[in-house]
Ligand binder design. Structure first.
Ligand code: PCD
Length: 805
């Protein structure tokens, strides 16, 4: 049974392990229509749910009359808050320590809010019945501006009107949720107030939405005979859903099975718990039949979790020669009607306090005020590790504004302030410990790759030509250097509703030398089935092609906290490597026994254990696996399995240098992207091809957000972007071309040195695109233009700067 492949390199290649651009194993099914998404699930007698939603952003619900709907053939039930109240389910807890109405309880607080839940024999009847439910509303004054909300005497949340404190401390106004602070306020103010140079700016990161191609949905199936509830759904954290469902329903956790089948993109939108899940479970318990609920696009955009909506007032100070001395951020965060942000419990503003970025800033302060308005709840990490993208945008804009104030080149300003390689692990003024980095090398590589000096010369020529009236296009060079923080992580700091954020992997090696590994995470398109098998292949010497990766079924997978915040590689990836090492340790004992030598006399070599100094004497992992099940080995249990639960000692801090070059047409407001260069450093690279795909995807979302994508509301709280006609999702037609590059600075604490990467391109990409627009118009006095930079807004900015005169 010996593997006769003579060449060691061939044996390594055969594993398709770490560093190999292995083709994605899941794509065979995705590209051939064999995916299995929630809406593909069909069960006998399955019913369908749909919501009656509020047309108003703020109104009292005077009455609900469901009689006409109930009279329609095929309608089984219409649930309202009154029906859920006896079960204590008309409100539910949010991940942020607030509570949220499941169905409108006396009033509605945002347009699209769930008012009643119709259950019918099929989806069409359900939709018709929704139209027949008569709801009488009494309109109330609408607050869509968080600054006005804090001044208004209209109380949005009457349920907590008298409460002067909430989950995150004091509330200074009925529409105020919390003030969260980090850093040294007094010291920061003192440095800034006496500094040589200070730049001050209000930077708005507009409200947007993750908008995954597949909307949210579930199928709840209560088996009354066996007392078992099965819940299929688009869940980014299936185990958390199981625990929450158990706590809310009182059904014992072992009687609940939560399954996330294939998911068509998550992007943070599928982390939280939505009224649709609760209503479907209740409806299934009441009717005894499976109930499916799948949102349509408008439901998804209007009512499920939004992202960003941060007003960031910044002050940054420096010496005359450009050394940054302090940073202050005062943020007004619009959380909408309920505080349903998806952040680790102790961090109501997520990891926003990574906002000192990649720079060695001695002192800093952050204060974030959360505010209620008449908009949809949410505040999720849309391709971002809990407000990191807001933080990166903030600091990368502040650096640009400071460069203007100093009259200095922004690339040079970054260089002289970067944290130096010898400062890692680096303790930031706001309390983070950056694990590793080499920013100068990455920056120099990026600037050289795009020919930075040449670009600046070309830009100056184009500006001169513009001034001579020879062109109407201005060239902009958008610089961005970001540090991400991913891999939540450390259980002592990070939990969700009290559940510590570890992750897990369980491996079973089969007798014939193939394996299955199950993880607590869940892929939504990232390619985990491909990449986690690669980690294992390198660890245990079994080809990745012989390893099945399974996620998402809580009956079989070990408990984990799910996939978001680019935590799968840093946390579950580490668990996978460590579980693999347990397998290897046992395999070593078996090999030594088979080779009749002492345990310490064999060593692991790619796919086998070899007797030290006698390379011709070895046992392959396949032989060892067979022996584990078929040969009695004294002192060793039969079988070859391992499980690892991993509590990371720290987060990982991937970083990167992004540069976008564009021409802005001042007459049409169009931005023509010439090039986008993206250098990422995510430590050890598992699959370069998957990484490149991740970077392309994240950059495309960054491009969308910076240039046109937004959730816009009018003064009455009407959502103006509830369809894909109005909400910008780029297609290949708009998407620019990307050049990717990398450096590789391993994480010192991760078992294989890997950091996350999925979110990085969004975090670093948005400032690169936005800074390019700013840079183009900078010679004419532009300092800050709020995103998205769509054609109209760019045209308007050019007009305001007098460029059309
Ligand atoms: N990797 C490699 N290497 C390294 C790292 C990484 O290779 N070094 C790869 C892995 O394995 C995978 C990926 O890559 O596969 C990713 O990873 P990560 O970074 O770790 O992450 P995850 O956790 O896995 O995932 C998550 C992310 C997020 S977060 C998001 S948004 C997005 C991203 O992911 N999403 C998505 N990406 C994606 N893709 C797709 N396709 N889809 C989707 O949905 Mo949040 O928080 O949720 O917002």
């Amino acid at each position: 049974m010996n593997d006769l492949t003579p060449d060691r390199d061939d044996r390594v290649a055969k594993l398709k392990g770490l560093g190999c651009s292995r083709k994605r194993v899941e794509d065979a099914r995705f590209t051939q229509g064999k995916g299995n998404y929630v809406d593909d699930i069909k069960m006998p007698d399955m019913l369908h749910g749909d919501f009656v939603r509020s047309p108003y952003a703020h109104a009292r619900v005077v009455s609900i009359d469901a009689s006409a709907a109930l009279a329609l053939d095929g309608v089984v039930a219409v649930l309202t808050a009154k029906d859920l109240e006896p079960l204590g389910l008309h409100w539910m807890p949010t991940l942020a320590g607030d509570k949220q109405m499941v169905l409108a309880d006396g009033k509605v607080l945002f347009q699209g809010q769930e008012v009643a839940y119709v259950v019918a024999r099929n989806r069409y009847v359900a939709a018709d019945a929704v139209e027949l439910v008569e709801v009488e509303y009494e309109e109330l004054e609408v607050l869509v501006d968080p600054f006005k909300a804090l001044q208004s005497d209209v109380t949005l949340r009457e349920d907590i009107a008298g409460e002067t404190s909430g989950a995150h401390g004091e509330r200074r106004h009925p529409n105020h949720i919390f003030l969260w602070e980090e850093g040294d306020k007094a010291a920061t103010e003192q440095v800034i107030d006496s500094a040589d140079v200070v730049a001050e700016e209000m930077i708005y990161y507009h409200r947007t939405h993750p908008c995954p191609l597949e909307t949210c949905g579930c199928v709840a199936s209560m088996d009354k005979v066996n007392g078992k509830l099965t819940l299929y759904g688009t869940f980014q954290a299936p185990h958390v859903v199981r625990t929450v469902a158990s706590l809310l329903s009182g059904i014992e956790e072992h009687n609940i099975r939560v399954v996330s089948p294939d998911i068509g993109g998550g992007f943070g939108n599928k982390v939280g718990v939505y009224p649709g899940y609760v209503c479907s479970i209740v409806a299934s318990i009441v009717t005894g039949k499976p109930v499916k609920w799948v949102e349509d696009r408008m439901d998804n955009l209007m009512a499920t979790a939004f992202a960003r909506d941060y007003w960031m007032k910044g002050r940054i100070s420096a010496t005359k020669d450009g050394k940054i001395t302090a940073l202050e951020a005062k943020v007004t965060a619009d959380h909408g009607a309920f505080d349903a942000c998806a952040d680790p419990t102790k961090f109501p503003a997520g990891f926003f306090h990574i906002c000192t970025g990649s720079y060695d800033i001695p002192v800093a302060y952050v204060g974030v005020d959360g505010v209620y308005t008449n908009k949809a709840p949410g505040g999720v990490a849309y391709r971002c590790s809990f407000r990191v993208t807001e933080a990166a945008y903030f600091i990368e804009r502040m650096i640009e504004v400071l460069a203007i104030e100093l009259g200095m080149d922004a690339a040079e300003l970054r260089r002289i302030n970067f944290i130096r390689e010898d400062q890692f692990p680096y303790q930031s003024a706001l309390g983070w410990e950056y694990d590793s980095g080499d920013y100068h090398t990455a920056w120099d590589k990026a600037l050289a790759a795009v020919g930075y000096d040449g670009l600046r010369a070309e830009q100056a020529e184009q500006l001169a030509a513009f001034k001579r009236g020879e062109t109407r296009k201005l060239m902009g060079i958008g610089l961005s250097f970001f540090t991400e923080i991913v891999g939540a992580g450390p259980v002592k700091n990070c939990d969700i509703l009290g559940m510590g954020m570890f992750d897990s992997c369980e491996i079973r090696i089969h007798p014939t030398g193939s394996a299955i590994a199950r993880l607590g995470t869940i892929s939504q398109g990232q390619g985990h089935a491909t990449t986690f098998a690669q980690i294992l292949a390198s660890e245990i010497g079994i080809p990745a092609d012989s390893i099945t990766i399974e996620e998402g079924d809580t009956d079989t997978a070990p408990y984990g906290l799910g996939t978001y915040g680019s935590r799968s590689t840093p946390v579950a990836g580490a668990a996978t490597a460590l579980a693999g090492r347990k397998i290897r340790a046992k395999a070593q004992m078996i090999a030594a026994y088979l080779l009749e030598v002492h345990d310490n006399d064999v060593e692991f070599d790619v796919d086998r254990f070899v007797v030290k100094g006698a390379p011709e004497r070895f046992k392959t992992m396949a032989e060892i696996a067979y022996a584990a099940y078929h040969q009695a080995i004294p002192g060793v249990e039969p079988g070859l399995e391992a499980v690892s639960y991993y509590d990371p000692p720290n987060m990982t801090y991937p970083f990167g240098a992004y540069i976008c070059v564009m021409d802005v047409d001042v007459d049409t407001g169009e931005a023509h992207i010439r090039q986008v260069y993206a250098l990422d450093d995510c430590g050890t690279r598992i699959n370069p091809m998957v990484i490149e795909g991740q970077v392309h995807g994240g950059l495309t979302e960054a491009y969308a957000i910076a240039m046109a994508q937004e959730m816009a509301y009018d003064d009455m709280g009407n959502c103006k972007t509830a369809t894909l006609m109005d909400f910008f999702l780029p297609t290949t037609w708009e998407t620019p071309h990307y050049t990717t590059d990398h450096t590789e600075t391993p994480s010192p604490h991760h078992p294989i040195g890997a950091k996350g990467v999925g979110e990085s391109p969004n975090v670093g990409g948005v400032p690169a695109f936005s800074n390019a627009v700013h840079d183009a118009l900078r010679p004419f006095g532009l300092r800050q233009l709020h995103m998205p930079h769509d054609h109209w807004r760019i045209w308007k900015a050019a007009n305001d700067l007098g460029l059309h005169d």
